[in-house]
Design a binder for this molecule. Sequence first.
Ligand code: SF4
Length: 381
Amino acid sequence: MSVRYVDEFRESRLAHALAAGIRSLADPARTYRLMEFCGGHTHAIFRYGVPDLLPANIRLVHGPGCPVCVLPVARIAHALQLASAHGVILCTYGDLVRVPGPQRQSLLKAKAAGADVRIVWSSLDALKIADENPHRQVVFFAIGFETTTPPTAVVLLQARALGVKNFSVHCNHVMTPPAIVGLLERPEAQAPGSVPIDGFIGPAHVSAVIGSRPFEPFAERYRRPVVIAGFEPLDVMQAILMLIRQLNDGRAEVENEYARVVNRDGNTKAQRMMAEVFERRAKFEWRGLGELADSALGIRPAFADFDAEQRFDLDVVAVADHKACDCGDILRGVKRPTDCRLFATGCTPDNPLGSCMVSSEGACAAYYAFGRARERAVAPV
Ligand code: SF4
């Protein structure tokens, strides 16, 4: 039954009907630039060939919604320090271990050189490793948007309840609404030649946690419509149709295409747990976006014993991205992966130079995996 349910959101006949609807609604005299914030949408869009169904005046702009991609090199440097200099068991999610850090070092290379780096599927796996290794310090290197924050909150609550002494979290959780604001407030967003964004395809999993309400002040203040969309191709196409309708009407509202999962208030239990464990950082650096105020979470003082940044002496180093890598511009929607001269030549999934080629949600990885290299010939957005 569930398979049929998913199949209905991939139905080719319905996709073509939606495409016809989009074509008839889209005003040929204007261009619609729609940013899909979330890397999961980017992959769905290319996996199912959504751009091929759209008229040329609808441009999909890829956003910074990939947590591995937006993590600055300095935070990777912390992970490397923990795993190498401090000799901890460093646990993290799979994509992160391949991201190039300073001097193109990565956690995977550190592991090959003898560091104890372990890939986990969940934060609770990391706590289990701490239980199995009572004489070692175990650090869970936590990344992700609001989607993966509640599991980190749960593991910290559990570690405190159990009185675990050899477990801590290096927290890199970031938040979606401040990132969207950060994108629109950048000076270059108004500069000639930049890519103005007319509307947003809103994130699905993030909204399941925080609800659609947090996007409302943003839509009103910046006069940009947001349509929360699921990850199936028909979800995305329906969201595009709804955005075009709003833009044609001159509206800037938050609409929810993904009502089968998302409501206005989100998962309030998860929000309570997050609020108990985390507080907002005054500022946090994002790859491509620079420092954004109130855009990330740190661990509250009540949980300081479980905060790896407090427990370990970590050097704060400013590390520049690879000079030739355009990840920053791609994360801001200013360039597409095919605009990077290293795309599919010097940089491939087997030999990534930047985070956007590493992550399963990265835009460069999506272009590479789904054969968009041919778009090099297409005019830039
Ligand atoms: S192709 Fe590679 S080097 Fe170029 S922007 Fe993407 S990740 Fe960076």
